[in-house]
Design a protein around this ligand. Structure first.
Ligand code: NDP
Ligand code: MG
Length: 385
């Protein structure tokens, strides 16, 4: 059997390592030909001991001067700096898995789609900012965009069997994060250590904070709207602390179809890696004897309403939403702002966004840069209080 040739961007992160674990377990099905990390030389060298990628990339250009080549096999080509993404995608490959965190993952998604290659996208920021442009491009190049985000992977599996006019609404589940029982008062006092302690999912720091603020779910509402061509009114969020049910589709005939799996990202990643086939996995179905569902209190967590507002304005606003959230989270991770300041900064920046959509990838970059500067200045103002 021909092995599927895989490139993994963000290989040293939570998603990347889960994908690598799948290749380790199914090395008769998959072959890693290229990998990227930003700066984590040590983890990358560990990965390369078990696999022989043709090319690896460190997207942080500063690493080149201090880099220790002796930790890597001489056969492996090593690139530095973000220009290497396009170079790496010249390899002969079947699927790119994009597990980069943040907006830096958008251009690599675009490059792969532009080449007509299939992309399994964990990097939701690609879809939140340039999603419409990316999907339009995919239509013309024949590239398939397969969601890895567990909710979207679940929903796309269900939605593949229905027409849009048969769908009443889709429901994204949210664990609710570590503060789901908080009052407004309690939430405003939460610190970094508490926010980094997620109850069900093990993820990178940005995603973990996004889960605590529910900004992750807000980004996912935008992601779902882009992927499934649905207005935000048709996308609901339901708190489900066990994170076993990932998505539900409510049909016009009164039925609801749901997708369940263990809280392990190797399920949606495996599904995306095998798409469109369904293959035997070592991860077993979940136990679902005790599942709970609650409504989200949007008074306490304004994230979802902010995402809906952004979607109403258009993709300039969703780019502002993402950029301001990235800047606010980075600032919270450095202990510069309070937890609930994140909502305030995103709201402030969002109000400055014009209605409409970016016309090109270059414009997405311009809007992203503009919104980042706005967010920085809002943070400076907070500091002066
Ligand atoms: P991590 O922080 O664990 O990993 C991020 C990866 O991206 C690392 O390999 C890192 O390299 C690399 N990276 C960091 N900064 C840059 C940059 N500026 N340019 C290029 N590469 C960079 O993140 P996660 O794996 O948690 O998340 C990745 C994406 O997947 C996010 O978009 C997230 O929303 C999404 N996602 C994650 C889930 C999860 O369970 N983790 C679930 C669903 C979606 P280095 O290690 O060298 O810094
Ligand atoms: Mg998710």
């Amino acid at each position: 059997m021909q092995r599927k040739k895989i490139i993994i961007f963000g290989a040293t992160g939570s998603i990347g390592l889960s994908a690598i674990n799948i290749v380790e377990n199914y090395n008769d099905h998959f072959e890693i030909v290229g990998l990227s990390a930003h700066s984590n030389e040590f983890k990358m060298s560990e990965i390369c001991k078990n696999f022989q990628p043709k090319i690896i990339l460190f997207s942080n250009p500063d690493l080149e001067t201090t880099f220790n080549k002796s930790n890597f096999n001489k056969e492996i080509k090593i690139f530095f700096g973000p220009d290497g993404f396009a170079e790496l995608l010249n390899l002969d490959f079947d699927l790119l898995i994009n597990g980069i965190s943040g907006f830096s993952g958008m251009l690599p998604t675009y490059y792969a789609i532009n080449k007509g290659k299939d992309v399994a996208v964990a990097n939701k920021e690609s879809l939140v900012t340039a999603g419409k442009l990316l999907l339009d491009k995919a239509k013309s190049t024949g590239s398939k965009v397969i969601p890895i985000d567990s909710e979207h992977n679940a929903l796309s599996q269900i939605l593949n069997n229905y027409n849009l006019n048969e769908i009443e609404k889709v429901i994204l589940t949210a664990s609710g994060g570590p503060f789901r029982k908080d009052s407004k008062e309690m939430l405003s006092k939460r610190n970094l250590k508490e926010a980094l302690n997620h109850p069900t999912w093990k993820m990178g720091p940005k995603n973990t904070i996004d889960s605590a603020t529910l900004m992750n779910k807000a980004l996912e509402v935008i992601e779902a709207s882009v992927l499934f061509s649905m207005s935000s009114e048709k996308i609901e969020v339901l708190v489900h602390p066990e994170s076993i049910v990932h998505g539900m589709v409510s049909l016009i005939d009164g039925g609801v179809i749901s997708y369940l799996s263990q809280t392990d990202m190797r399920v949606p990643i495996f599904n995306a890696m095998n798409f469109p086939k369904t293959c035997k996995h070592f991860i077993t179905p979940p136990n679902f004897t005790q599942l709970n569902f609650h409504e989200l209190n949007e008074e306490i967590f304004p994230s979802i309403s902010l995402a809906r507002l952004a979607l109403k304005k258009g993709f300039i606003a969703t780019t502002f939403f993402n950029a301001s959230n990235e800047i606010a989270v980075a600032s919270f991770l450095r202990n510069k702002i309070h937890f609930t300041d994140i909502f305030f900064i995103v709201e402030k920046v969002l109000f400055s966004a014009n209605a409409g959509d970016p016309k090109s990838i270059e414009e997405v970059f311009e809007y992203d840069r503009f919104a980042r500067n706005l967010a920085e200045s809002e943070i400076d103002k907070l500091g002066k209080k």
